[in-house]
Design a protein around this ligand. Structure first.
Ligand SMILES: Nc1ncnc2c1ncn2[C@@H]1O[C@H](COP(=O)(O)OP(=O)(O)O)[C@@H](O)[C@H]1O
Ligand SMILES: [Mg+2]
Length: 313
């Protein structure tokens, strides 16, 4: 295992005591693309900050390529690349210089640093922007420069914190492509996200994290399969009256796996049975059906199933 996390805890002792990470164990295999998916405040950034030696844990152990990040942080940092959530490019330096100086900092000779920088600019389709300053770059380009810089010293593991936060859809897809290509170099990638599409599209394995704990961990398709339903119907009802009766009527229908209440009505987990929509509508109409949305099962559904909440609430 290239990343080993055992019994990790982080308690922030400020005015208010916050248990940000509450006993996390996880292992990432070499070359894997691993995702931590969870809502705001779940403890994702704290976990990554501990792995990358920015924050000290309250308890637990993190090893990167067998190196303990608390005992030997300087050694660990050579094996780690980081792209934090916010742009940390040096604004006084060009794109080229940002990568070049990073290489020098990690002990490259000037000749090697130049060669590595030129190669990375090519690889990330940035050759024409080498002389640009960070303020002249779009969010998507800046993100690519950050990734190029983060892997410049050839780390074993790249940590990406919310890599697509604030990116437009097109830049997000370009970023995904850049991250996928890293696998060809054998770099292990650990990313955090609160976008279920991103975890689903990009990651080979995903840990769903909430309140500092891992709720489940598996491949995206296994996680979606665990819901036992292909579709989710959200019913918006005008009144709460008769809800228990409607629930039991719905639960009796073949094709409906389960029903639960929400703030504005009911949520139905359904298998892909034919004709179910019209049956649901006619059953719910007498109870004041106002609106109905149908979604395919996603990692969001898995999160809702586990917590009763939506990822982006
Ligand atoms: N430096 C800090 N001091 C106090 N509390 C913090 C600090 N950093 C994060 N927290 C709290 O720890 C919890 C987890 O935060 P974070 O790791 O940033 O979650 P995420 O990245 O999943 O949004 C949140 O409740 C947050 O407010
Ligand atoms: Mg965060």
């Amino acid at each position: 295992m290239i990343v080993e996390i055992e019994g990790l805890r982080k308690v922030y002792d400020g005015k208010q005591r916050v248990v940000a990470v509450d006993g996390i164990d996880l292992n990432v295999r070499p070359g894997e693309l691993y995702g931590l998916l969870g809502p705001n405040g779940a403890g994702k950034t704290t976990t990554i900050s501990i792995c990358t030696t920015r924050v000290l844990p309250t308890a637990g152990v993190v090893r990167i390529a067998g190196i303990d990040v608390v005992k030997t942080p300087a050694l660990a940092r050579k094996r780690i690349g980081v792209v934090p959530q916010y742009n940390t490019l040096d604004r006084a330096c060009t794109v080229y210089e940002n990568i070049f100086f990073h290489c020098l900092y990690f002990g490259f000779s000037r000749v090697d640093a130049r060669e590595r920088t030129v190669k990375l600019l090519e690889q990330f389709h940035l050759s024409e922007r080498g002389e640009a300053y960070p303020s002249q770059l779009s969010g998507g380009l800046a993100q690519r420069v950050q990734i190029a810089r983060a892997i410049a010293h050839r780390p074993s593991v790249l940590f990406l914190d919310e890599p697509s936060a604030g990116l437009d859809p097109q830049s997000r897809i370009a970023m995904w492509e850049a991250v996928r290509n890293l696998r060809q170099e054998g770099i292990t990638v650990v990313l955090t996200t609160h976008y279920m599409e991103e975890a689903d599209e990009l990651c080979e394995r995903v840990a769903i994290i909430d309140h500092g704990k891992i709720l489940v961990e598996d491949t995206p398709s296994a996680l979606k399969g665990s819901v036992g339903a292909q579709r989710v119907y959200e019913l918006d009802l005008r009144t709460q009256q008769g809800m228990p009766q409607l629930m039991s009527e719905l639960e009796r229908r073949p094709g409906i796996a389960s029903v639960e209440t929400t703030a504005s009505g009911l949520r139905i987990f359904a298998e892909g049975a034919e004709g179910l929509l019209s049956e649901v509508v006619s059953l719910a109409n007498p109870y004041g059906l106002r609106d109905l949305t149908i979604t395919e099962t996603s990692l969001e559904t898995v999160f809702i199933r586990l917590t009763g909440r939506e990822l982006r609430e």
